[in-house]
Design a protein around this ligand. Structure first.
Ligand SMILES: [Zn+2]
Length: 403
């Protein structure tokens, strides 16, 4: 699929271009982070604030996103995740929860207008970044809030949602989930296929993260526009983990013009992490069972935290993120990879050297060390996603004008 390249995203001239020594590389990384559009497609802070309200305009002692750290990290735009737990489809609360979370994200820009502003187009992102504020976009993680009504796609588009992750941890009424072995639909449901077509028509990005392999391949058949994986990594490094994308899937995603936004959680990055995590979980669950507790009880959660403090699993490293980016770049080219951290959404498993939104300059430093040039880094950090977003809007215009 052909697409136009988004104009260069440098906001000013980088004074350190060309330097190669270790200290110079740091300076180059820091100044690059300041001037390029760093756009992260998956930050889960709304879900954290739903549990416990915090003032994210100020530096927080914990958590992975707040304004001061985002500025330090050079973050220009963040897709705030409107995350709906899989259980909410059955409870009938999904739609109301989505509305409440969208209101909450809107309140960030209203409460702190000098710091945040809402963005619903790539042009908004560039303007807001140029003003020194952080652009807040929205993606809906789980299609459950559509509640079987196709008109809800354009409703949520009008509310500012610019991508929908079709399913989350369980099969829902749109799609099967990679985490659910039920395989209710063997891919997408008939309604899910209509939703993909409607998202194409209104100009919303289809997010293939979390869905089953069958559902992914069906999205590739149905969608007229390129798709995104808002927060997924490469299965090459985590064999058997369906939540990540296989090489074959990445090839097809790229062939259709799409982009995989690499997720930073250690379990997504490092093959050794998940078996270790599952082994620890078994030990914890066996112990809790003797006390007639589960990991969901507050006493169970406290025990799990204490156990993991004493028996730490370890972490992947920022260089693992670079390895995933290199893998995609070697496979399909540097135009089809970006950043979808899952900050505040992946538990306590962010990699060493990339613990929160202040650390993007360190990632850029390691990308430079790995031999990526500044133009490539500009694409990886946000340019690719902006290109796909613009293409999705062009396809919508074509569909609406009957082409
Ligand atoms: Zn997720």
């Amino acid at each position: 699929m052909k697409y136009a390249v988004v104009p260069l995203l440098f906001l000013s001239v980088n004074p350190h271009a060309g330097a190669t020594g270790e200290r110079d590389l740091r300076l180059r990384a820091d100044s690059l982070a300041r001037v390029i559009v760093i756009l992260d497609t998956h930050i889960d802070v709304p879900d954290v604030l739903r549990e416990k309200w915090e003032d994210i305009s100020k530096r927080l002692p914990d958590g992975e996103f707040d304004y001061p750290r985002a500025k330090e990290g050079g973050l220009k735009a963040a897709f705030m995740s409107v995350f709906i737990d899989a259980a909410e489809e059955k409870n009938g609360t999904a739609n109301a929860s989505a509305e409440a979370l969208i209101d909450m994200v809107g309140s960030f820009s209203r409460s702190w207008p000098e710091k945040f502003a809402p963005a619903v187009t790539g042009a908004d992102v560039l303007r807001i970044a140029g003003e020194g504020r952080i652009a807040l976009c929205m993606g809906m993680e789980n299609g459950a809030p559509l509640e079987g009504k196709i008109a809800n796609v354009s409703h949520f588009y009008d509310r500012g949602i610019r991508y929908i992750t079709l399913a989350h941890a369980k099969d829902n009424h749109l799609s099967d989930s990679s985490y659910d072995s039920t395989r209710t639909w063997h891919g997408l449901s008939p309604f899910g296929k209509r939703v993909v077509a409607e998202m194409n028509r209104v100009g919303m990005m289809v997010d293939v993260s979390h869905i089953s392999d069958d559902a992914f391949y069906q999205v590739m058949e149905v969608s007229r526009a390129p798709a995104i994986a808002s927060h997924s990594s490469c299965r090459f490094f985590t064999p058997g983990f369906e939540r990540n994308m296989s090489d074959d899937m990445i090839r097809l995603l790229a062939k259709n013009g799409g982009v995989i936004q690499i997720s930073f959680g250690s379990s997504f990055l490092a093959g050794w992490y998940r078996p270790k995590e599952l082994a620890a979980r078994n030990i914890i669950e066996e112990h809790l069972a003797t006390l007639r507790l589960t990991r969901q009880d507050s006493a169970g959660k406290a025990y799990e935290r204490a156990y993991l403090r004493e028996h730490p699993l370890g972490y992947a490293d920022v260089t693992d993120v670079v390895a995933h980016i290199r893998h995609v770049a070697d496979l399909v080219g540097v135009d089809h990879v970006g950043l979808g951290s899952d900050f505040d959404g992946a538990g306590e498993e962010m990699p060493t050297g990339l613990k929160d939104v202040s650390a993007y300059p360190n990632l850029i430093y390691h990308l430079l060390r790995a031999g990526f040039n500044e133009e490539e880094i500009t694409r990886i950090c946000g340019g690719n996603l902006l290109r796909v977003w613009a293409q999705v809007e062009r396809v919508a215009e074509e569909i609406r004008s009957g082409k």
